[in-house]
Design a protein around this ligand. Sequence first.
Ligand code: ATP
Length: 571
Amino acid sequence: MTRLSDIMETQDRLLFSKLFHKHRQVEVTLNRSVLAWKETEKSRKRSSGISNRAETAHIHALQVCEIVAVHTKDDDQDNKETRRSRAEAKQTSRLHPHAFTVSYIRRTRQHQWCCSEVIFHSANQALSEQWIKVINEQLALLTHRPKSLLVYINPYGGKRRGKRIYEQKVAPLFGRACISTDVIVTERANHARDHLKTEANLDKYDGVVCVGGDGMFSEILHGLISRTQTDNGVDPNQPDAELVPCSVHIGIIPAGSTDCICFATVGTNDPVTSALHIIVGDSQPMDVCSVHHNDSFLRYSVSLLGYGFYGDVLKDSERKRWMGPARYDLSGVKTFLSHNYYEGSISFLPAENNMGDPRDKLQCRSGCSVCQHKPSSKDTQWEMSEEKEMSDKVGGWRTIRGKFIAINAASMSCACPRSPKGLSPSAHLADGTTDLILVRKCSRLDFLTHLLRHTNKEDQFDHSFVEVHRVRRFNFQPQQNEMHSLEDLTETPKKTGFRPICSAQTNYNYQDSHSSWNCDGEILPHAAIRVSVQPQLIRLFARGIEEQQQSLLEDPCTLWALEPNTHYSVD
Ligand SMILES: Nc1ncnc2c1ncn2[C@@H]1O[C@H](COP(=O)(O)OP(=O)(O)OP(=O)(O)O)[C@@H](O)[C@H]1O
């Protein structure tokens, strides 16, 4: 941890002045990293012996990189104050009429951020203007901050509030941070994807922002990746092609009914928090799985690829769209009771041992060390050798044939408010791997126990019928023409009391005998697929989920260690 005092002492002061804040005189210091102010009046009183905590100073500080903007104070800002403080404010304004406002990020709760303000007054106009100029010069050095954004709004996502959310909560913040925007309100599904693919002049923008849910994010993802490959002459139909990373960042303003990608990368679904991550130019790399059937490209996935249980739930729920979000619950129960398993063969290229393990309890957090590991030349050779090996040989591809209730590939934890740990609690956003979870056929009760463990603290992989592998690639080939209900397994069928709602079929055809792949909420048209993780193919305006320390919530400036007899805080 860096101490605030170290930063204050080691970095050269850019500016130091006595200004007024909340009607008190304060000593304000700016250096490259920190803006800090100390109440001089308070410390004078104390040092005159009135308080026995004579040495105590109350220092407020904020990081320059978390300043949103600085500008001349608006006249109506004083109106927010109480009657008494309004009178004091009037007096301060009379004596020190020149003021500037610093807008900055304040952490509230549950990973949420808000935009707060601190106002400094001065009697001297030139001094006030100098402060604005020098702080702006420091902000201009933060070159990773976006200046120009292309925004797509899905007006029909979630509760149809996308446009209002953007106009009321996000646009004013972008305006304050002097970010210019071109806004497109979509007129049909795939409007944003097609516009990005062919028309958008991406050279003009530092980022693309989507206002909507996961479906809308997926449109932006597909449009941007496709455009980048076309511009670089890469054929996305080649399953082994190494895709070119997108140079433009993606921002997500959550306004859908499912906002899992936002939740997984920011830790909360709050439009203001997301807007602030965009403004400060946060950058979170993210792996993307490319999914192929033979030599044709199907889709990209960043969160969950699920065959069997999750595929069946999605397929069934699509028929019940009229029910709204409740359809997922009904289809979940129905699919659980149907208790189908599917036979097939899965081969995969395991990640190297130094890439961690899905059960190591190391969660992917902001600045994750696992995601910062760059593939070594050995890793690369390993990948190159993959086509030669289709055996069970240790160190190369492995093949498992069997009967599975579910096959899931989680490229991130897939945590959401309903399943706080997610499908694979230790999956990483950007380590170049996906966690392949195989749930073999088992009893209903066993499967229920496994499912329930997604909602509590128990290890959902600690079952004899579940195995999990961290992999770089995998292929799935379904067994032809077979589908069973587990009811049919015993030679003399037992009455379990659970009659399948969908009765087991006797006349099989291809469509009915296979499950479907649920690819980030979309059904894939083929069961036989090849999946390749494309490491860090995109970057989001996010920083991953920050570790939350209680002290940090109470006082964001405890980012730095506290000094004895000195209080550091942010208003
Ligand atoms: N103008 C539009 N009209 C109709 N559909 C649109 C429009 N713009 C985008 N879409 C589509 O709407 C779908 C759902 O949007 P979005 O993800 O924003 O909301 P959502 O409520 O989370 O949706 P869902 O829960 O159904 O995934 C997306 O797949 C997107 O392609």
